[in-house]
Design a protein around this ligand. Structure first.
Ligand SMILES: *Cc1c(COP(=O)(O)O)cnc(C)c1O
Length: 367
């Protein structure tokens, strides 16, 4: 690459909850030469990635990598895992998206609703599962529209102890959680845990990743119309050869390979602690500046903080000001626009970056 194409690293630093900031080294990793996806070089790359992904997802089962955004894996999960009825737990916009995906794929469903800002609770899930009506449940680990983390481990325990609970596929969207908030796929006994490359993994957009249990593959084998592109059994058949059925996003796989090394070098525990420290800093800053939080106390997300606009500031003007200083945050999601704003401290954002952002917001408030 010529020097002029990267003459400046000046850009708008992303404090939005996806896509997140991507480091220069990761961007550069994408510029390696193309390889064919049936060449041994590709199988070697894919196999290397698989071993590292299993560590990140805390699983000895498998992690599929496919070219799409995370929503593709939401679709895969419901198509491959339900032949009876899906219980969609809805406590925010992305949880509701999964309900739409479920219905869009013609699956019978019911909705268990929670107020936005509240977590999905194991008690409510347990209550709804008493009649053995469902064979799958969808739940969002970290609801990006509200900044709420739900207790997935406890929810999974509630599912397993319900009547017929061993037959219920536990499908978890951890798009803005995984690698920023702890998730232990095997220990928590989950069936699908999916994420996207452009959130806490801090990669460019374009890859979907999903850990899938042996039980989910068994379920898929009992379902005739799984589709093709996201058919777990086909993905499994190719994964055994370290391949994908269709052409993978090779450049992104180079970036993923590099990023996984960096994540494991940081250490997952350190990575979780860094996110918690940035969350706590954002919460303390909010209180100091007379802002309350949208998330119920005790369920505040480690990766994105949703701050109520108690002072009635012009969030659009705030973002214009931040842009002039090469930064950007997010307004409230959908119906919450203007009512709150969201700061993502997700992926490779460091405490120094966050401090710089908070200082800039403070300067805006003092104007
Ligand atoms: C961003 C997001 C999605 C959608 O992911 P895409 O990669 O855009 O398809 C789904 N769920 C949650 C919780 C998200 O934050």
């Amino acid at each position: 690459m010529s020097d002029s194409t990267r003459s400046s690293d000046r850009h708008i630093k992303l404090f939005i909850p996806g896509p997140t900031e991507v480091r220069r080294e990761i961007l550069d990793a994408q510029t390696q030469w193309m390889i064919g996806h049936r060449m041994p070089e590709s199988a070697e790359l894919f196999g290397r990635i698989q071993g590292k992904l299993r560590q990140i997802f805390a699983t000895e089962q498998r992690v599929y990598v496919n070219a799409s955004s995370g929503t593709g894996m939401q679709e895969a999960a419901v198509r491959n895992c339900s032949r009876k009825r899906v219980l969609n737990c809805v406590n925010g916009a992305f949880a509701d998206r999964w309900r739409e995906v479920t219905e869009g794929n013609g699956k019978a469903n019911a909705v268990l609703e929670f107020d936005w800002g509240r977590p999905v609770t194991p008690e409510a899930v347990s209550g709804r599962l008493q009649n053995d009506e469902f064979d799958a449940i969808t739940v969002v680990h970290n609801e990006t529209s509200t900044g709420v983390t739900s207790p997935i481990r406890e929810i999974a325990q509630a599912v397993r102890s319900a009547p017929g609970g061993k037959e219920i596929m536990i499908l978890v969207d951890s798009v803005s959680g995984l690698s920023g908030a702890p998730l232990e796929f095997d220990a928590w006994d989950l069936d699908v845990a999916l994420t996207s490359s452009q959130k806490a993994f801090a990669l460019p957009a374009g890859l979907a990743l999903a850990a899938v249990s042996d039980r989910a593959l068994q379920r898929a084998s009992e379902i005739p119309d799984r589709g093709y592109y996201f058919d777990f059994l086909l993905l499994e058949k190719y994964l055994e050869r370290n391949q994908t059925p269709a052409t993978p996003a090779i450049s992104l796989m180079y970036a993923l390979d590099r990023q996984l090394d960096d994540m494991l070098a940081e250490g997952m525990e350190n990575r979780f602690q860094r996110h918690l420290a940035m969350r706590d800093r954002t919460i303390a800053w909010s209180a100091d500046h007379d802002f309350t939080l949208f998330a119920a106390k005790g369920y505040e997300s480690p990766t994105v903080t949703c701050i109520n606009n108690d002072r009635g500031i012009d969030i659009g003007a705030l973002n214009q000001y931040l842009r002039s200083r090469d930064m950007i945050i997010s307004n409230g999601y959908g119906p919450l626009k203007g009512k709150n704003f969201r700061i993502a401290h997700m992926g490779d954002i460091q405490m120094e970056d966050l401090n710089e952002l908070l200082d800039a917001i403070e300067a805006f408030l003092l104007k």
